[in-house]
Design a protein around this ligand. Structure first.
Ligand code: F6R
Length: 243
């Protein structure tokens, strides 16, 4: 793993944005894997800025998001579909037909999950995947005790995740209890992975991910086995690393 420690969230976002942008310069038809949540918001702003400056072009880019809540329609403001439009897609020239986000309202979720895997395969697999990390070590919505060989699947969200994500909802009762998420296998098959984390609240889980044992109890620890992972942290998130 390559570890980059930055002064603060702004620097983290710039570095992550630049890293992502450099991949799009090298491969104009890249397949990119995207995440939601607080962590990538600054990076998406940075990508929009670089796009507006004319240095990157999304015309041939294909995207796959990690996850979506089950039972929430794409036009709902709490959906990850909505989040992606607001934070990135509405501001760049990606083609709507090249955007992929798992459906949270498919009639048959199992079929939706396996067809998502198929679409990733048909696109030639993900060139670069951005990840955040949950307080419990999840990546995507792969909660502790996940199967490392799982591909896109239905997930029961942990209470800790529901509580963490309740900040985006009016009340905790409104937070969905299930999600559809790419599996660890999809993530590990990405050619390049960039994980970002900021704030002291993430320090413990970041230390465990990088320096602890590889275990399904901390899903992100599996990234130690991937040949090309860059972890970008701010000083607070890096504060418990021993090396
Ligand atoms: C979001 C996702 C999650 C988040 C994680 C961290 O698509 O897959 O794994 O990356 O929960 O969330 P934030 O960035 O809000 O702390």
């Amino acid at each position: 793993m390559k570890i980059i420690v930055t002064k603060n969230y702004e620097e983290l976002s710039r570095k992550a944005g630049n890293l992502f942008a450099s991949q799009l310069i090298l491969k104009t038809n890249a397949v990119i894997g995207l995440a939601t949540g607080s962590s990538p918001v600054g990076m998406y702003k940075e990508l929009v800025r670089i796009y507006q400056a004319g240095d990157i072009d999304f015309d041939e880019v294909v995207s796959f998001n990690l996850d979506e809540y089950i039972g929430i329609s794409p036009d709902n403001e709490q959906s990850y579909h909505y989040f992606m439009k607001e934070n990135l897609f509405n501001h760049i020239n990606i083609r709507p037909e090249n955007i992929h986000i798992p459906s949270g309202i498919a009639v048959d979720m199992t079929v939706a999950a396996s067809s998502y895997d198929k679409m990733i395969e048909e696109a030639g697999m993900i060139d670069i995947q951005i990840l955040g990390i949950g307080n419990n070590g999840h990546i995507g919505f792969n909660e502790p005790d996940v199967k490392f060989e799982a591909r896109t699947h239905i997930v029961e969200l942990e209470q800790e995740t529901i509580e963490a994500n309740s900040r985006f909802f009016d009340s905790i009762e409104e937070v969905p209890t299930q999600a559809i998420s790419m599996g660890i296998k999809n993530i590990m098959q990405s050619r390049k992975i960039v994980l970002i984390a900021s704030g002291e609240g993430k320090a413990k889980v970041v230390q465990q991910m990088i320096e602890g044992p590889i275990t399904p109890e901390l899903p992100a620890s599996v990234l130690q086995l991937h040949p090309d992972v860059t972890v970008i942290l701010d000083e607070e998130a890096a504060s418990l690393l021993t090396r």
